[in-house]
Design a protein around this ligand. Sequence first.
Ligand code: AMP
Length: 173
Amino acid sequence: MNHSHIENFVRDIPDFPKKGVLFKDITPLLANAEASQAMLEELLAPLKNIKIDKVAAIESRGFFFGILIAQALGVGFIPIRKPGKLPAETITESYSLEYGSSNLEIHTDAILPGEKVLLHDDVLATGGTAFAATRLIERLGGEVVQCAFLMELSFLNGREKLHKYQINSILNY
Ligand code: AMP
């Protein structure tokens, strides 16, 4: 299955969760085993010769493929979550949204200093969310070796915010 075929399993939902946003719905992709497998293979392809100790992914749509990537690589999975969800000691990073701001948290013992971490989320839009996640990983002493996304909304220039990192995004809009 090639890129354009995988693309058929991403559904555009206009004005969700609010007016003016074209939401990229990946539930059709998740519902199709062959398309999900093809997506996973695309995500894994550039990782063959890269050493990775952990996969960290952002709540909640990052978790779906984040766990699949971690399992395929044979490494541990680290959830980066919305405030108040992680039970043990955490650190927090705030980031700005279109209106206001939000926070992400990680357990302080999730990553050991020097560990090489792959960061994953479903969509790279403005890059604010992923950038906050890279800060959490780095504050724990981890090294972000790649930021991997199912898709990138390139007109929002998220790559600029993540210019320090290697980026793999499978679908581009
Ligand atoms: P940003 O911080 O602007 O890069 O936004 C990325 C986060 O918001 C990711 O966790 C995405 O799941 C979500 N997101 C942003 N825009 C969209 C969109 N058009 N469709 C689906 N998810 C989106």
